[in-house]
Each structure stands twice: as structure tokens, then as C-alpha cells.
Write a protein that binds this ligand. Structure first.
Ligand code: ASP
Length: 311
């Protein structure tokens, strides 16, 4: 049994491991762990009280993948439902002929299955931060909204705060049957364009699991993981015979081929079917956490650094 997570998954680690020890599946453990992060008001990159889009609306993305069957479910740009990982799981389990639901469709589905809805998804403090951001951009704080029809194109380009573009939670688990599951949940970039969808709900970009080889999840600038198919690349490189370290490093180095103005940071965690794990980041000082069935508590590991910006 093994759970590997991004550092902000710490709050969910103990219950997720307890679930595994009680015989729960890797998928249950991923869901249990992720939900605790989604409900944590101090975590501003995932679930309730995440940083909203430029209009002050919280839009959540999440996905979950079953490495045994390659089944997966995902939601994107979903408002009003804090437990995005659970709605994503239901997209998979209710046997919809779909993998990913977005926006109003995802919200309609969440209502239809009776998913927990929270009327207020932002604290006053986060709302205040968003208002403050609008004010620094010269918009009118008084009505706390952007007037209908305000062009957002240029505003979004300057609104994104490099200190607060986001983060995300990643969970990877292997259960006692050897089944692997991977899950990702995020509120995405702070102050993003409404409807912007990152890598987290895109199977192959921010999330991929296959029992035969291993699994990978990403955080960081989702646009890059989408363009390079990062999570799937790691698993495909494992399939091609690379070691876990070779596979993960190669997928990170692939990001150097991306051009354009919006090249930023990327982080990944990955494991192989033998339970080896690794965490990489393009920035120094980033950690991930893991816990095996034999360990009393989770342990942090510094991620190896793979620079992306070589120009
Ligand atoms: N990957 C997330 C996204 O692009 C954000 C992050 O992890 O910082 O939505």
C-alpha cells in the first residue's frame, strides 16, 4: 500500500491511509484524501475558498483515473459544488457515455446525482483579495463586479498574479490488491478567464494511471501539461521500458520544446507499479509527501529540480 501526494495533500493523508488499511480501494483513498483538501478553507488552490476567476466566481476542475480499467471521470469549470473529485468520480461510475463534463453541464449533473452544494464558496477574506486585485487594475471596486460586457481579454493578461497563479492537489494510491488510482483537484489559476480549463481535468495532461506501468499527476502551469501531454508521457515512457526516473525526467524535459510567452513552472509526482515514487519540479525547494502501509505517518521528500526555462 502506498499513497503519494503533493505537499498540500498532508491534511488528507492519514484518513486516506486509514481507508487503505481498512481494505478500501485506491480510488476510495484518493477520494477521501482529496475531499479533505477541497474542504480546507486555508487551501486557496483547491475546492472551497480557492481563488476565483476574474469575475469573482470559483470554478473547479478535477479528474480521477482507475489504473485497473483505464476508466476515468472529470469535471471542469464547475461552480457551487466543493467536492469536485467526488463529482468527477460519479461521471465515471454512473456510466455516462462521457469522461469530462464542463460548466453548466457539470453543475446540472452534480445536482442530478445529489452532490453536496454549498451556497457560498468563498470566504470574505478571499472575496476581499479578489476585489483588491480588481482595484489595482483600475476597475471599480464599489460594485465589486465588472460591468456586463467588460472586455476581459487584456484584463486577464495582466490580472494573473505570479505569486498566486494557483496550485493543485495530487493524490496517487496503490491498494492492497495492487490497483492504482490517480486524482487531481484544483481551482486553477487565480483571476483566470471565465471558462478557462487547466490540465487537472484533462486525462493525459494532468492525470494518468495504468496498473501495468504506473501513474503520474501534475501541478503547475496547466497549459504546458496540456500541450505536452505530460502525465500520459510519463506512463508511456514507462511502457517503453524506461525506469521511473528516466520517464519522469524525460517528460519534464519535453516541456522545454514548448515556445510562446506563457512558459512557467511545472511539478509532477509519479509512481511505478512496483511502488517506486518520484517528485520533480522546475523550481527549487518544492516537496511532495508519501506514506506506505508500514509507516506511522507520511514523510516529505524534496523534489528533484528539472529546469524548464533554458532560454
Ligand atoms: N495546474 C493547475 C492549472 O493549470 C494550476 C496549478 O497547479 O498551479 O489549473
Amino acid at each position: 500500500m502506498l499513497i503519494v501526494a503533493s505537499h498540500n495533500g498532508a491534511i488528507g493523508m492519514r484518513p486516506a491511509m486509514a481507508a487503505l488499511r481498512d481494505g478500501a480501494s485506491a480510488m476510495d483513498a484518493v477520494e477521501v484524501g482529496t475531499r479533505l483538501v477541497e474542504a480546507n478553507p486555508d487551501e486557496h488552490s483547491v475546492g472551497y475558498n480557492g481563488y476565483p476567476n476574474i469575475l469573482g466566481e470559483l470554478e473547479l476542475d478535477a479528474s480521477i483515473m482507475d489504473g485497473r480499467t483505464l476508466d476515468s471521470g472529470a469535471v471542469a469549470a464547475m461552480r457551487g459544488f466543493p467536492y469536485a473529485i467526488s463529482v468527477a468520480r460519479q461521471v465515471m461510475e454512473r456510466k455516462l457515455p462521457h469522461v469530462l463534463l464542463a460548466g453548466e453541464g457539470a453543475e446540472r449533473f452534480a445536482r442530478e446525482i445529489g452532490a453536496e452544494a454549498w451556497g457560498e464558496m468563498l470566504s470574505d477574506e478571499v472575496r476581499q483579495l479578489w476585489r483588491g486585485r480588481l482595484t489595482t487594475l483600475g476597475t471599480d471596486q464599489a460594485d465589486a463586479t465588472l460591468p456586463e460586457g467588460t472586455p476581459l481579454l487584456d484584463l486577464v493578461k495582466v490580472a494573473t498574479d505570479p505569486e498566486r497563479v494557483g496550485s493543485t492537489v495530487n493524490f496517487l494510491a496503490i491498494d492492497s490488491a495492487g490497483d492504482i488510482c490517480s486524482g487531481v483537484s484544483t481551482s486553477g489559476w487565480a483571476w483566470k478567464y471565465p471558462g478557462r480549463i487547466g490540465d487537472s481535468p484533462i486525462i493525459g495532461a494532468g492525470n494518468y494511471a495504468d496498473n501495468r506501468y504506473g501513474a503520474c499527476c501534475c501541478t503547475g502551469m496547466g497549459e504546458m501539461a496540456i500541450r505536452a501531454g505530460t502525465a500520459r508521457s510519463v506512463v508511456l515512457y514507462l511502457k517503453m521500458g524506461m525506469t521511473l526516473a528516466e520517464a519522469a525526467h524525460t517528460a519534464m524535459r519535453d516541456l522545454r520544446d514548448l515556445g510562446g510567452d506563457y512558459i512557467g513552472h511545472m511539478n509532477l509526482i509519479a509512481l511505478d507499479r512496483h511502488g517506486e515514487h518520484i517528485g520533480l519540479s522546475s523550481e527549487a525547494g518544492r516537496a511532495y509527501i508519501y506514506q506506505t502501509g508500514e509507516m506511522e505517518a507520511h514523510q516529505g521528500v524534496e523534489r528533484e529540480v528539472v529546469p524548464i526555462l533554458t532560454r
